[in-house]
Ligand binder design. Structure first.
Ligand SMILES: NC(=O)c1ccc[n+]([C@@H]2O[C@H](COP(=O)([O-])OP(=O)(O)OC[C@H]3O[C@@H](n4cnc5c(N)ncnc54)[C@H](O)[C@@H]3O)[C@@H](O)[C@H]2O)c1
Length: 391
């Protein structure tokens, strides 16, 4: 009785609240249910070829085989022993499997509009240039090539051929990271004084992978350098890094497993980044942006949420473990980046990662590597060619 005067009209009588923007899964569902086709551009089915069906290739394969916008014409994979199982598992009976010695077939096939490059790093450049020169658009796992000059050359060919060359910085497509970036860019914390990224990988990558990975700075830290510059919208004027190999097998191949990096940006913002190849407690990914008006943090996401319990002998919240690895933590980001690439190819979106940004990130990674080697700060200058930015 005491609360009766708080009674509100029936929810049927008032306007139905719409889904919050943050519920990105609902947005996708609503588009599916309403068969939303109008988003500008065209709805041409895109003929595709995937290079590499290992770890990265597999999460892209999942995005491609389920995708109504894609006709997956080829999978190029050098391990022939996997071919039958790939066909059977993904039900891609009409997709042709090839080994890389026959990759010209893909480049010369006019039905192929675009290629996805998820093969080992040392193979990227040849596939990227081969595809671009034959008029294909390219989605490439980072790094595009093994050094700055060759990467610049790939982007030059893309420009000359008027083809898209998309560097897959997947973390930009993570809904939580994007949410943080948008709030920071809207000025919610004011002029950013400090940005911090903690990134610790799990499980420990195999030594076979690490030997051809290009090293911790170019293989892994690049992703977080990209996130930092993307959130802030500027590139550092000074970097400093130190790196260690705590794991003897990683020391033996001349790489590092742990790094601490510091960045100074032209506006005065400072950046701190810590990175490890091996976190025993799962994949640890955190982002924090601090300014005079407050702080915005993105803590670790976990596979289960909302769980609390009180059972015999166990009371209080039980901490659910972190995601085990990148393929689960960034599952949505990988799917989103592929959808974005398809939007670009169908003329529905502008490419979110631009060539100059990929080049900038590589330059910064190289400067960090130099700082770790020499023990000195490295100053960086940015010409107008780096002004072009995506979203
Ligand atoms: N964005 C990310 O989060 C992310 C995560 C993992 C890997 N990667 C990148 O993806 C690439 C592949 O890494 P991975 O971990 O999947 O490696 P992987 O070793 O698991 O898989 C590579 C696959 O490519 C095949 N292959 C070898 N040579 C080939 C060629 N010339 N053409 C086609 N296929 C070939 C191999 O047989 C293997 O199956 C690397 O460049 C890596 O940096 C990115």
């Amino acid at each position: 009785m005491a609360t009766a005067h708080y009674k509100t009209p029936s929810p049927y009588k008032i306007e139905r609240p719409s889904a919050p923007e943050e519920d990105y899964l609902y947005t996708r569902f609503a588009n599916d249910v309403t068969l939303k086709t109008e988003n500008g551009g065209n709805n041409k089915i895109i003929g595709m070829a995937l290079f590499g069906a290992g770890r990265a290739g597999t999460f892209h394969l999942r995005s491609l085989v389920q995708n109504p916008r894609v006709n997956l014409l080829y999978v190029v994979e050098d391990l022939k022993s996997k071919w039958e199982d790939i066909k059977k598992y993904w039900h891609i009976e009409n997709t042709k499997l090839l080994s890389s010695k026959d990759q010209e077939q893909v480049f010369k096939d006019p039905r192929v509009d675009a290629v996805i490059v998820a093969s080992p790093t040392f193979t990227h450049e040849a596939i990227v240039t081969g595809a671009l020169l034959h008029g294909k658009d390219v989605f490439c796992e980072k790094p595009i090539a093994e050094n700055n000059t060759n990467t610049e050359n790939c982007f030059r060919i893309a420009r000359e051929k008027n083809q898209h060359l998309f560097c897959a910085f997947n973390k930009r497509f993570d809904p939580s990271y994007r949410h943080v970036k948008e709030r920071v860019r809207a000025g919610e914390v004011g002029h950013v004084q400090m940005i911090k990224i903690s990134s610790k990988s799990s499980p420990l990558a195999s030594l076979e992978y690490l030997k051809t990975s290009g090293g911790i700075f170019h293989d892994s830290i690049v992703h977080d350098i990209d996130v930092m510059c993307w959130v802030l919208g500027e590139y550092p004027s000074r970097v400093a890094a130190c790196a260690q190999a705590h794991i003897p097998e990683i020391a033996a191949i001349g790489d590092h497993d742990t790094a601490a990096l510091m960045f100074t940006f032209p506006s005065g913002t400072m950046g701190i980044l810590d990175w490890s190849r091996y976190s025993c407690y799962g994949y640890d990914q955190r982002l924090e942006v601090f300014g005079p008006r407050g702080i915005i943090m993105c803590e670790n996401e976990r596979p289960l949420s909302g769980i609390k319990s009180q059972t015999k002998g166990l009371e209080g919240p039980i901490c659910v473990p972190n995601y085990y690895t990148f393929s689960s933590r960034y599952c949505t980001a990988y799917a989103n980046e592929m959808e974005h690439f398809l939007d670009v190819l169908q003329g529905k979106a502008e490419m979110a990662t631009r060539g100059p940004e990929a080049m900038a990130v590589i330059r910064i990674a190289t400067a960090c590597e130099e700082s770790a080697r020499t023990g000195y700060f490295v100053d960086m200058e940015w010409g107008p060619e780096f002004d072009e930015r995506g979203s």
